[in-house]
Each structure stands twice: as C-alpha cells, then as structure tokens.
Design a protein around this ligand. Structure first.
Ligand code: SF4
Ligand code: FES
Length: 254
C-alpha cells in the first residue's frame, strides 16, 4: 500500500494506483471527462488537474499520474482550480449546446466562457473529443471501428474514410459510453443505423417475439460460446419473461 495525503486527509491505496483513485478514496469530488474505470488512463481532457506539493511541486492530470509514498495532493489549490475552470471554459466554448458540459461547468462555478461561441457550422457540436468511444471500441470490444481523424479545428471521430465501418459490430458501446450523447444510433426494422458513423448493421430477430435486436456481426459469439445461445436467441424482455417463468416453476415445485 502507498500512504499519501489528499487535502490534508491521509489515505492508503494499492501501489500502482493513480492520484485520481487516491482522491476518490479520500472522498473528495473531482470532475473527470475522458476517464473511465474500465479503460486505460488517457489524460486527454485535463479536467482532473490537481496540485502535487510533495515530493515536487507540479500540476498533473490525476487520472494518469501514479501515487508515491508521502505524496501531498491538493485538489483545492488555486492553480489547479484555475486550470480546471479554464478547461471547462474551453469545453463550454466548443459545445455550448451540451447539457452535460453545462452542468459539469456549473458545478465548478463556470457559467460563462471567454472564448466565444463556436462558428455557425459547428453550433450544434456535441463531441468534446474525449476519446471514450474510440477507446471502448478498441480496448473493450476489440473492434477498433472508429478513430480520430484530422487535426486542429478539423479533428473529429469517425470511421476510416467516413464510410460504412467494416469492423463495426453494431454493439452500441460507443453511444453507451459517450458522456454528451453525441453518437446517434437508431434501430429501424431489421437494421441498426449508426448515423454518426455512416454505418448500417443488420439485426437478428428474437426467436420468441420476432423483435429485431441482435447485431448480426455478433453471431460469432453464439458460435464461440454455445452455452450462451439463449442470450443471443432471445431479446432481453423475452429472456426476463422466460427466467421469471422458470423461477415460478421452481417455486411451485418446491
Ligand atoms: S463522440 Fe462522445 S465519446 Fe466519442 S469523443 Fe466525442 S464526446 Fe467523446
Ligand atoms: S479525466 Fe483526467 S485528463 Fe481527462
């Protein structure tokens, strides 16, 4: 274990932990955006900045910085607070339409930005380039169907050449993890339309009720794990119903 202090409170966290984990262990609230517990540290948004006072003075992104024995961390350091507020102003300037960003900023007392609104062609922008969708697709799903494209103001997330992503399995994990709701996915008939990725995936029907629900590219899971066959044959609702009736039978037979 490593012992350190966060805002004067002593905490112990396992060796290899990040400063963010220590901050959370101390029960101190700190905003994050590009961090997700299921993904490797990224350190891109700089919203989780804190000040390290010992062993050497530094402002660091806590989600990507390792703890050290005897470290002294302050989340309320004026420079760290100013750094976080600056990031929030930049985010507000990029995505003023995002409720999520506005609420995140307001929590830190930021309701205005010095950097002005986005240009008219980007007025509805919701993507803050946190990279969560790109990383969940690569690290958790193993598909790597989307990635960052372009530089500077032109930087965005998309599929290769902005066309149908052959690697996309239509799982929807990208939309699930996106904090701002920037990714639009719609199930229409036997198709899942991933509007944001210009991609359409065929869906399989539930064996019981006939509702289309399972992306066809995920059929390989059924072949690889035959014991999970029911999971892929029945939609979540029919699975729930079947489980409930199985339990009822067990209870009646007891
Ligand atoms: S689409 Fe969402 S998850 Fe992906 S980078 Fe943009 S804000 Fe982050
Ligand atoms: S949450 Fe730490 S840099 Fe984004």
């Amino acid at each position: 274990m490593v012992r350190l202090t966060v805002n004067g409170k002593t905490v112990e966290v396992p060796e290899g932990s990040t400063v963010l984990q220590a901050v959370r262990a101390a029960g101190v609230e700190l905003p994050t955006l590009c961090h997700h517990d299921a993904l490797t540290p990224y350190g891109a948004c700089r919203l989780c900045m804190v000040a390290i006072e010992k062993p050497r003075r530094a402002l660091v992104a806590s989600c990507a910085y390792p703890v050290e024995e005897g470290m002294v961390v302050r989340t309320d350091d004026p420079e760290a607070v100013a750094a976080r507020r600056l990031v929030l102003e930049l985010l507000l300037s990029r995505c003023p339409q995002s409720d999520f960003i506005r609420e995140l900023a307001a929590k830190e007392g930021v309701t205005q930005t010095r950097f002005g609104p986005p240009p008219p062609e980007r007025a509805e922008e919701l993507c803050v380039l946190c990279g969560l969708c790109v990383r969940v697709c690569r690290e958790v799903i193993g598909a790597a169907a989307i990635g960052f494209i372009g530089r500077g103001m032109e930087r965005k997330v998309g599929t290769p050449f902005d066309i149908q992503a052959e690697a996309c399995v239509g799982c929807g994990a990208c939309a699930e993890v996106c904090p701002t709701g920037a990714i639009k996915i719609e199930d229409r008939g036997d198709e899942r339309i991933l509007h944001t990725w210009n991609t359409v995936i065929k869906l399989r029907a539930c064996a019981e009720c006939g509702r289309f629900f399972a992306p066809e590219p995920l059929d390989f899971v059924q072949e690889s794990f035959p014991e999970l066959r029911e999971l892929w044959e029945l939609c979540p609702e029919c699975r729930r119903k079947r489980t409930a009736s199985q339990w009822l039978e067990v209870i009646r037979g007891a």
